[in-house]
Design a protein around this ligand. Structure first.
Ligand code: FHN
Length: 421
């Protein structure tokens, strides 16, 4: 099983910040992308969402510009989520945009819009499919409680063939695809009481080895995430629900990783969810992720008319205002060998070290290990010089007490032979 193109992997590591887009007919429910499961809706009870899906305000150029202006460099769009609804006109099913009042492909125009803005294009594709008749009713299936475990006559091998066929469609119709973001294998799931999930699905159910070979053959530049349940096959690791993780190391080898995160606790559009993260928190999340050699894939959930809600656009714009000044401490940057002061983070790009101060007010910051290595120090927001007060243990004094994330990143060009340039 071949690995991804090293050049593509290097590009991914430099990209650092992407937009995740969870969109489908569940947006009409405005409650969560698992609404069919959470409300135990039958197929017939879910059908009205398809019957009314007509996103008349859909304009992917607006999404793409919002992503670009936020400093995002790539996008990952849900082509099909667990409900089985396809955002493109698949040849293999009519459970797609074709069977809605909208009636037209949504994947192609979205991919084109993001490519026009110079962003990379990736596809999220659900391994689960609650619509397909050959997908077994297991412990996660919405029909589980009503119909019990119905494996009879359901041929998961036939479903795997459908799954592979749709991935082939996506990789050929919308080439070049930069990332395939599969979601998710659950062979070893345990519930809160430690009970194994009924009928969990893993690599064998998806024929993951063949699926990886298919992607490598049709899209050698495409990176594959780690949810196909095949050890050692992932080009990047995708820890769910951000944990402040140190650089992810597996068997002693640092791996490329990407944290995915929501704006408000819901992946799909959730109108009444008030659990919004502040732009400041999200900026710190981005800095913390990059300081640990990770990427951040930040999610938006367009609503039933195809728009990003005002709060999402405002949040992205605020992040963009910070990124306009500080992108050089994020894009192409990563972890530093130097240990930052408490409540601070370092990101490093070549001989440029960026000190991100997460707590304030402060006056003097000691920078362990930098004595004699720091040539000068400048605030990124206005390039004002930051006075260094000590040569024996590099330390800086901030010219003004930091009050917003804008004036809390200091650039420290390092002059020392052992610093990677
Ligand atoms: O069940 C999905 C969920 O809806 C969402 O798509 C997230 C995104 O990482 N993945 C699964 C939960 O881990």
């Amino acid at each position: 099983m071949t690995a991804a193109d090293p050049a593509r992997l290097d590009e991914f590591r430099r990209q650092r910040f992407g937009m995740f887009i969870h969109w489908g007919v569940y947006a009409l429910a405005a409650r969560h992308e698992w609404v069919r499961n959470r409300e135990r809706l039958s197929r017939d009870q879910y059908q009205p969402y398809l019957d009314r899906f007509d996103p008349d305000l859909f304009d992917p150029a607006v999404w793409a510009r919002a992503a670009r202006d936020a400093g995002m460099t790539y996008m990952v769009l849900t082509t099909k989520h667990h409900d089985g609804f396809c955002l493109w006109d698949s040849e293999l099913t009519d459970y797609s945009v074709r069977s809605t009042p909208w009636g037209k492909d949504l994947v192609g125009p979205t991919a084109d819009a993001f490519r026009r803005e110079g962003l990379g294009v990736g596809f999220y594709h659900s391994l689960l499919d609650w619509q397909q008749p050959d997908f077994p009713i297991d412990g996660l299936h919405p029909d589980f409680e009503r119909d019990g475990v119905d494996q009879h006559g359901r041929d998961v091998a036939h479903y795997a063939q459908y799954l592979h066929g749709q991935v082939e469609e996506l990789l050929t119709k919308y080439a070049p695809v930069d990332t395939m973001w599969f979601d998710f294998s659950y062979r070893n799931w345990r519930d809160a009481q430690g009970r194994p999930l009924v009928g969990g699905k893993g690599a064998a159910d998806w024929r993951s080895d063949d699926l990886i070979s298919l992607v490598r053959r049709l899209a050698p530049q495409a990176l594959i995430n780690d949810r196909l349940d095949v050890d050692g096959s992932a080009d990047f690791v995708t820890p769910e629900q951000y944990q402040p993780v140190a650089p992810v190391v597996i068997d002693g080898v640092p791996v490329t990783w990407e944290a995915c995160q929501t704006l408000n606790g819901s992946w799909g559009y959730d109108r009444d969810n008030l659990d919004w993260k502040s732009p400041e928190l999200l900026i710190k999340l981005l800095v913390d992720t990059v300081s640990k050699d990770g990427n951040l894939l930040l999610n938006v959930g367009p609503n039933g008319r195809g728009e990003l809600e005002p709060r999402a656009l405002d949040t992205l714009a605020e992040i963009g205002r910070w990124m306009r000044l500080h992108a050089r401490s994020i894009h192409g940057a990563g972890a530093s060998a130097f240990a930052p002061p408490r409540d601070c983070r370092y990101t490093q790009r070549g001989d440029r070290l960026y000190l991100h101060v997460f707590s304030w007010p402060f006056r003097h910051l000691h920078l362990p290990g930098l004595a004699g290595k720091v040539r000068y120090a400048q605030l990124l927001n206005d390039a004002s010089e930051v006075r260094r007060v000590s040569h024996d243990e590099g330390a800086v004094t901030h010219p003004a007490l930091g009050t917003t994330p804008d004036d809390l990143t200091i650039e420290l060009p390092i002059q020392h032979p052992d610093v990677a340039v």
